[in-house]
Design a protein around this ligand. Sequence first.
Ligand code: ADP
Ligand code: MG
Length: 256
Amino acid sequence: MTSPYAIQVINLTHTYISKKEEIVALKSVSFDVSPSEFVALVGSSGCGKSTLLSLIAGIFPSTHGKILLYGQEVRGPTPLTGYMLQKDGLLEWRTVEQNLTLGLEIQRQATREKIAHARFLLGQMGLSHVLHHFPSQLSGGMRQRVALVRTLAVQPEILLLDEPFSALDIQNKLHLEELLIQVLREHKKTAVLVTHDLEEAIAMADRIIVLGGQPGEIRRTLEVPDEIRSLSPLKARGHALFRPLFEELWREVERP
Ligand code: ADP
Ligand code: MG
């Protein structure tokens, strides 16, 4: 089936139900993402960003509405998507190499070619020398780079990133932003990034969706101008259009 969209979120509502209460986390959210587009989701804490990403990843089903990936309805986790969180989730008893091949093993795709590709990506991240190290021997920034390679190793078409850099210091964060953008552009991947860092959203995304309220709804969508998009995340921050866009975004997120 061919679809012009990588992701279609259609009238999505999600309610968490426990014995004590019902929490409506998202209400009537709809948007599309084109192939190789990079969309950032921003919004105040608790407005449903992580819920939305988990639903796209097929971790649990939504209460109402549906999600299509390349025209196919999401009914559970699929190899089309790679999902990365703030916590790196590396297994401490496996070496870096064994961590990288874990997803491939689970999907029964640990071919020589794919393992070689994972090693190549690790090299792109400047980490070939830690192949046989254990995660506990790595810094936070290195661990997150390994986690990124692991997500990319299974070659998903769509990357779902939930605040992947938020625990990193600014140096590591900027470095990883650059690496991620390079890899995404080179391999023409589609990405949805959840971040509370508005600068990061502007520096990396083609389009920014602002969620707000509880339950979360889409408040606004902002296109990042070509002048900023054509620059690397580091250089984008220095462009004259960056600050005005940041202020506009800030007002939207802060609006009660
Ligand atoms: P964000 O990522 O934007 O901070 P979340 O998607 O984590 O927001 O949460 C949205 C709302 O859903 C919040 O009110 C949160 O408390 C609630 N929520 C999130 N996860 C669960 C869960 N597993 N059970 C019940 N409520 C949840
Ligand atoms: Mg969250």
